[in-house]
Design a protein around this ligand. Structure first.
Ligand SMILES: Nc1nc2c(c(=O)[nH]1)N[C@H]1C(S)=C(S)[C@@H](COP(=O)(O)OP(=O)(O)OC[C@H]3O[C@@H](n4cnc5c(=O)[nH]c(N)nc54)[C@H](O)[C@@H]3O)O[C@H]1N2
Ligand SMILES: Nc1nc2c(c(=O)[nH]1)N[C@H]1C(S)=C(S)[C@@H](COP(=O)(O)OP(=O)(O)OC[C@H]3O[C@@H](n4cnc5c(=O)[nH]c(N)nc54)[C@H](O)[C@@H]3O)O[C@H]1N2
Ligand code: SF4
Ligand SMILES: [Mo]
Length: 671
């Protein structure tokens, strides 16, 4: 037997666990945690260990396909790419480049070479029609970072070695491994944190993380802002780091005014958290001095997203915790190394541009149109082609019925993916890329999620199956046929994966040669103070952005029953690498009883834009008033049948995936 073992890292989620891939010929036998990886120390989860099954999946795509007479047919690469290029050329000639849009999804982010090239495609084509996961996930964080620190998209994480208080709000890292900052080996990390200090969880569900925390507060949905405003109010009176604020922050007075109404009584009335509990948390903050606040999708997908993210940062700033030892820091990236760039005082051009023609009120954020506008753009005839770079649009986009109907009318829906799913089924062109075991890679797009300033190179572990080609190669070949170069100076016929990675590494803290032995390379464990230096240049943290203060004043009470997001352990979004999770309508016993339903009944959930039918599960971890239908499932359990393309945040265009008002009905009554 000639079994080879390749040292690699997992790219299923952003945690980048070190793994060893065991291969025999073209068979991937096993993936196991790499005990020599200094960051993840042998940890892996069931999803990473299921990579062999995913690689050998019966539905994997092995050859390009194009739609002929209504059906997808396998063809060779020349035929597929020639056909796609011809169609795009016609669309561009007739309607201009803006009629060609791109969508960057989860499969595109995790492929460094593909991501590098995909990012340059819209600019070279001259289209502003850019969409990605960002506007159905984290966009509030991008916005708040720009508003408060003058740079969009910076995400903080606990200074694990010194932090004595971490507050998790609307995130369940024990299952998700973190929202925008990764929590590797979460159970171990959590134990370490609990030894060092306290971990508080604010979540209307008794989540896996909440079950292990020092304390768990269960607020009413979407009310976290009131808790944070109360804490800031009290700390500004007593306990704030006044010297720090005088030197590094601005608009302290406006923040003080904005949080002034949030007395303990008011915070209790809004959140449902008893005053004693609020004071307990306040005391914990005073004890610790500094803290790290981490938020997740429970916040970022709600209508309180911007204000809650703002107040989370404001709480860290008034305690002198943000970008300081013992608090939270911001990873500038090993590969991207933002700290070493000349950061302009003003936001980059195009950061907030005009919205798409059919939804002009939805301005761009970081140069992207909100996903919520895509269906309108297609219906209006503004968007005729979508190049889908690794997204499962049918599963991830809001308002499934409308979105799918619109996608089906496109002249071109070209999807780069590795496996057949409901989105490939409605695509006009199917372009199979290498999966993660088949390509050399770097953690490029996820660089700044690392808990250290570190990176790792991986070689390919196995030869690509069928006609699968590199993601970047597919785009480069398309460019060649369109007469453009997406990456100048790169020969699409002779370049290798490593050539792309060398380009990325040429801008990094070390070049590719220093990374090629596949070990994790650490530049420094933490990089504290770089963001502060930038912020100081603009006069200090902006503590009270006008638009956010306005949003705070306009916050409304939640509906009686709302839908909230939750990740499940054994699948990531729409990617089911293994069995182990079940779909379902999960509700508290009280809400089920109020609707006349019992565990196992078939139920109907209705929202103002759709309905969904499925089996009801009574979930004792949920408090009354919140329920969930986990996302990623296809067909009747697709939760986006309930969500809306018009019920969106006015500043970001983020659809309301968290806190969506719903009602629950037995089948007879619901129809
Ligand atoms: N209602 C509701 N909607 C949601 C969410 C929610 O909580 N509720 N969550 C939102 C969030 S946070 C996100 S990030 C999005 C996620 O939505 P998507 O971006 O669609 O993410 P995934 O389902 O993880 O994967 C996308 C595709 O990548 C493909 N893929 C996997 N590996 C590779 C690879 O190596 N190469 C290529 N080319 N493709 C690959 C998979 O087969 C899959 O089809 O969904 C969002 N939608
Ligand atoms: N196993 C697994 N891991 C994943 C994924 C997956 O699908 N499966 N997806 C990946 C992706 S794309 C992302 S974006 C991350 C997301 O990572 P997380 O944000 O950590 O994941 P969620 O499980 O969605 O956690 C959201 C939590 O918010 C709570 N919540 C809901 N509403 C509110 C509220 O109003 N206030 C408060 N305080 N809490 C609220 C929910 O009960 C839930 O516990 O996970 C990533 N990791
Ligand atoms: S936590 Fe699991 S899915 Fe995420 S990188 Fe590690 S092994 Fe892969
Ligand atoms: Mo996400």
């Amino acid at each position: 037997m000639a079994i080879t073992e390749t040292r690699s890292f997992c790219r299923v989620c952003t945690s980048a666990c070190g793994i060893i891939v065991e291969v025999d010929g073209d068979q991937v036998l096993r993936v196991r945690g790499d005990t020599d990886n200094p960051l993840t120390l042998g940890y892996s989860c069931s999803k990473g260990r299921a990579l062999p099954q995913a690689h050998h999946h019966p539905d994997r795509i092995e050859a390009p396909e194009i739609r002929l007479n209504g059906n997808l047919k396998p063809v060779d690469w020349d035929r597929a790419l020639d056909d796609l290029a011809d169609k795009l050329r016609t669309i561009i000639n007739e309607s201009g480049p803006r009629a060609v849009g791109v969508f960057l999804g989860g499969g595109g982010y995790m492929d460094a070479g593909g991501y590098l090239m995909a990012r340059s495609v819209p600019g070279v084509l001259g289209t502003p029609s850019i969409y990605s996961d960002m506007t159905i996930d984290v966009i509030s964080k991008m916005l708040v970072s720009e508003m408060m620190a003058g740079i969009p998209g910076q995400m903080s994480r606990p200074d694990f070695d010194h932090c004595r208080l971490v507050v998790y709000i609307g995130t369940n890292p024990l299952v998700s491994h973190g929202h925008t900052s990764m929590l590797n080996s979460p159970a171990v990390r959590l134990r370490e944190m609990l030894k060092q200090g306290e971990v508080w969880v604010i979540d209307p569900r008794r989540s896996e993380t909440a079950q292990r925390a020092t304390r768990h507060l269960t607020p009413r949905h979407g009310s976290d802002y009131a808790i944070l405003a109360f804490l800031i109010r009290e700390l500004l009176r007593d306990g704030a780091d006044r010297d720090y604020l005088a030197n590094h922050a601005q608009h302290v007075g406006s923040l003080t005014q904005a949080v002034e109404p949030f007395t303990a009584d008011r915070a209790t009335a809004i959140s449902g958290i008893a005053a004693e509990e609020l004071y307990d948390l306040l005391a914990a903050i005073r004890r610790a001095g500094r803290l790290a606040v981490e938020t997740g999708t429970g916040i970022s997908m709600s209508s309180a997203a911007n204000v809650t993210q703002w107040l989370s940062w404001a709480l860290m700033i008034v305690t002198g915790s943000l970008d300081r030892e013992g608090g939270a820091w911001v990873n500038p990236g090993f590969l991207t190394q933002i700290d070493r760039l000349e950061i302009p005082a003003a936001p980059p051009e195009g950061w907030r541009g005009e919205g798409p023609a059919s939804r002009p009120e939805l301005r761009t954020v970081m140069g992207e149109y909100p996903c919520a506008a895509m269906a309108d753009e297609i219906e209006a005839g503004n968007l005729r082609a979508v190049l889908n770079f690794g997204g499962n649009l049918v599963a991830c986009m809001p308002e499934t019925e409308r979105t799918v109907a619109a996608l089906k009318t496109l002249d071109v829906l070209a999807t780069i993916d590795i496996i057949a799913n409901e989105t490939t089924a409605i695509s006009t062109h199917l372009l199979p890329s290498k999966d993660q075991l088949e390509r050399a890679d770097l953690p490029y797009a996820t660089d700044i999620s690392y808990p250290w300033v570190a990176t790792q190179y991986t070689p390919a572990a196995v030869t690509p199956v069928g006609q699968r080609r590199s993601f970047w190669w597919i785009l480069a070949q398309l460019g060649k046929r369109l007469g453009v170069e997406f990456l100048p100076g790169l020969d699409p016929d002779t370049a290798t994966d490593d050539d792309l990675l060398a380009r990325i590494a040429s801008q990094a803290r070390r070049g590719l040669d220093a990374l090629r032995d596949g070990e994790l390379v650490i530049s420094e464990p933490v990089a504290i103070g770089w963001l502060q230096r930038h912020v100081d240049k603009m006069g200090g943290w902006r503590l009270a952005p006008r638009e956010l203060v306005d949003q705070l004043q306009a916050m409304a009470a939640p509906a009686a029953l709302v839908l909230i997001p939750r990740r499940q352990r054994h699948h990531i979004n729409s990617r089911f690498l293994e069995d182990g999770d079940s779909p379902g309508i999960m509700v508290s016993a009280k809400d089920a009883g109020d609707a006349g339903l019992r565990d196992g009944d078939t139920a109907i959930v209705r929202s103002s834009s759709g309905s969904l039918r499925g089996i009801l599960h009574i979930d004792p971890t949920l408090q009354p008033g919140v329920m969930s239908v986990p996302h990623g499932w296809s067909g009747s359990y697709n939760v986006n049948q309930l969500t809306s393309t018009t019920d969106v945040d006015i500043l970001t265009g983020m659809p309301r995936f968290s806190g969506l008002p719903v009602t629950l009905h037995p089948v007879e009554q619901g129809g």
